[in-house]
Design a protein. Structure first.
Length: 342
């Protein structure tokens, strides 16, 4: 089929109707077997608990430490112990005050006796952050993921108790859509949102449902996306990728390998101008749009993954400093992959 601008415009004009028709006739709602789900969840929790410390030790052993690092006062607890404590804090969704009050119980369970301040400072420790990064790589490689079909999406974690990311995001988009605010007010609202939430972006392997790349940013979803892509490209060579409309432009071609199939929904003002790879995406979109949408909407797996993460580890980040916020979000991503290691 020969690609022309007129054919693309016609398809984009009909897109809303096509998507509604697809969802009504092709999209299937999968009903969950709750008994099986609970059994699988119990197995995953036991496996994650069993593998946690060995993975931490392996990740830490990958770090080469110079003799200069051993100078000064000996630390109260080791790096693996610090990682273990902040991961436990993360999975139990503990606030700073509750963690301080319950620390004695954790000391009984882990055999580690230290102050809450030591745990909080651990979020900034470079060796702790390196160990967590190595854990992510180890967990990804444990599944033998090399040439995956990927799904990518972003979300936000609240930095305040009173605001929920999805609700605030919907309010912002509604205000811009209705044009009820001036450009200056829009800027103020956007800045307010950035201070209230941290952006997280994850790339998921559709086969194993594990994350192969994650990014965190205090500034924008785009910055978190760039970090996630950089991490994923260092670990795997993706076969295909699905992204939402925010990334539906020609510039994403440079983010992935040339043979990676990209599934996006073109914007309403999309043109056929661009490199052959861009034209190939548009040709697949026009030629068999229902098969294309079937692949594209596998992106919903990413949204489901975020839902599981927030139920498991919470939607609130208790840390205040940007570097500690980054570490906290990465702990949630570690738990996501740990739960799927079995």
């Amino acid at each position: 089929m020969r690609l022309t601008q007129k054919k693309l415009d016609n398809k984009l004009n009909e897109l809303n109707y096509i998507i509604k028709f697809y969802k009504k006739n092709y999209s299937k709602d999968v009903k969950r077997d709750w008994r099986t789900y609970e059994q699988r969840l119990s197995h995953r929790i036991k496996t994650a608990a069993k593998e946690l410390e060995p993975v931490i030790q392996e990740a830490y052993s990958m770090i080469e430490i110079s003799t200069d690092e051993n100078r000064g006062r000996p630390p109260e607890i080791t790096i693996p112990q610090k990682v273990l404590l902040i991961l436990i804090k993360n999975i139990f969704q503990l606030s700073n005050r509750r963690m301080a009050n319950l620390l004695s119980f954790f000391s009984m369970l882990t055999g580690i006796d230290t102050s809450y301040k030591t745990i909080e400072r651990s979020y900034s420790d470079p060796l702790v952050k390196m160990t967590i990064h190595n854990m992510f790589i180890i967990l990804t490689k444990s599944k033998g993921i090399e040439n995956p079909d990927l799904s990518g999406d972003g979300t936000g974690y609240s930095l305040t108790i009173t605001k929920h990311y999805r609700n605030e995001r919907e309010k912002e988009l509604k205000n811009f859509k209705n044009k009820k605010e001036t450009k200056g007010d829009g800027k103020k609202l956007s800045m307010k949102l950035k201070k209230s939430f941290v952006y997280s972006f994850s790339l998921m392997d559709l086969d194993t449902k594990m994350y192969v790349g994650c990014g965190v940013s205090m500034k924008s979803e785009k910055e978190a996306y760039n970090e996630a892509v950089s991490m994923a490209n260092s670990v795997v060579s993706s076969k295909s990728i699905r992204l939402d409309k925010y990334f539906s432009n020609r510039t994403i071609l440079k983010d992935f390998y040339p043979d990676t199939k990209i599934y996006i929904i073109p914007k309403s003002n999309a043109t056929i101008r661009g490199p052959p790879e861009w034209k190939e995406i548009l040709t697949r979109f026009i030629t068999d749009i229902f098969s294309y949408l079937s692949e594209y909407y596998k992106r919903n797996n990413s949204e489901s993954g975020f839902s599981v993460d927030k139920r498991m580890c919470g939607w609130k980040i208790w840390q205040k400093r940007p570097d500690r916020i980054h570490t906290s979000v990465m702990c949630t991503n570690i738990w996501h992959n740990l739960m799927l290691i079995g």
